[in-house]
Design a protein around this ligand. Structure first.
Ligand SMILES: [Zn+2]
Ligand SMILES: [Zn+2]
Length: 242
């Protein structure tokens, strides 16, 4: 029945490439040229932030210069895409353009990138938006990604586990030091959700990692609330040369 309904829907709305709108054979994907133009991260990566690194994997933990300079409070991190070109446009469309349909394939790519991070009984938690920003934008793209990631991985999510205690100014254009200072103490665990996290592994979900300041503030909040450890997955990672 569901299959027949799905077929009927596909006939009405033939699957389109998320990059260019061309018709594609399978739903939730990209056409060949768009796939080739999308900067998926593969090969050796920094184990803390997921940025690609030169050289072959040799089984040892690799870290990029940024993560060595500023050790991350989380255990491990990955990203599906490099934040540039088509990936950058997709992230911005997801954030501002009401292109919620991007969240499902994006979560698929994230689930694949997050495979080494996944643990039994892990709790998925999105990076929160301040409520004022949520009202203006109508949805939190990180919560949307977390929701689809929960479906993809079968792990439970808690959409309001973390809350912003005060509104912060946009971080764009600020120095790394300023970003970390601005966010310090602005995120904490929801008092009524703390019991869900005690002794558990948490998978934090965000759309983009730039300096990592927001993810660090979220990680600290999870650890203070009693999480055993935190890992992070983002749709895209800003690399220095990007
Ligand atoms: Zn395309
Ligand atoms: Zn790194």
């Amino acid at each position: 029945m569901a299959q027949r309904f799905q077929t009927a829907v596909s006939l009405l709305y033939p699957p389109r490439c998320l990059g260019c709108g061309e018709m594609v054979e399978r739903d939730f994907g990209l056409c060949g040229p768009c796939w080739r133009d999308t900067p998926f991260i593969a090969g050796s990566v920094c184990d803390a932030c997921g940025v690609p690194l030169p050289g072959a994997e040799d089984g040892h933990r690799l870290e990029c210069d940024d993560c060595m300079e500023r050790p991350r409070p989380w255990t491990q991190g990955r990203a599906a895409l490099l934040y540039k070109d088509r990936a950058r446009r997709m992230v911005l469309a997801l954030k501002h353009g009401d292109r919620g349909e991007l969240a499902r394939p994006a979560a698929l790519w994230m689930a694949r990138a997050a495979r080494p991070l996944l643990r039994d009984a892990m709790l998925i938690a999105p990076v929160p938006l301040h409520w004022a920003r949520l009202v203006r934008r109508r949805y939190n793209q990180s919560a949307l990604l977390a929701q689809h990631l929960s479906i993809q991985t079968g792990l439970v999510q808690c959409p309001d586990f973390l809350v912003r205690t005060r509104r912060t100014q946009p971080l764009d254009g600020k120095s790394v030091r300023q970003r970390f200072a601005d966010l310090d103490g602005t995120i904490r665990a929801h008092p009524r959700r703390r019991h869900r996290i005690a002794g558990r592994s948490v998978l934090l979900v965000d759309d983009v990692m730039t300096s990592g300041a927001t993810l660090a503030a979220c990680t600290t909040a999870c650890l203070e609330a009693g999480a055993a450890e935190v890992r992070v997955i983002t749709l895209a990672r800003v690399a220095k040369d990007a």
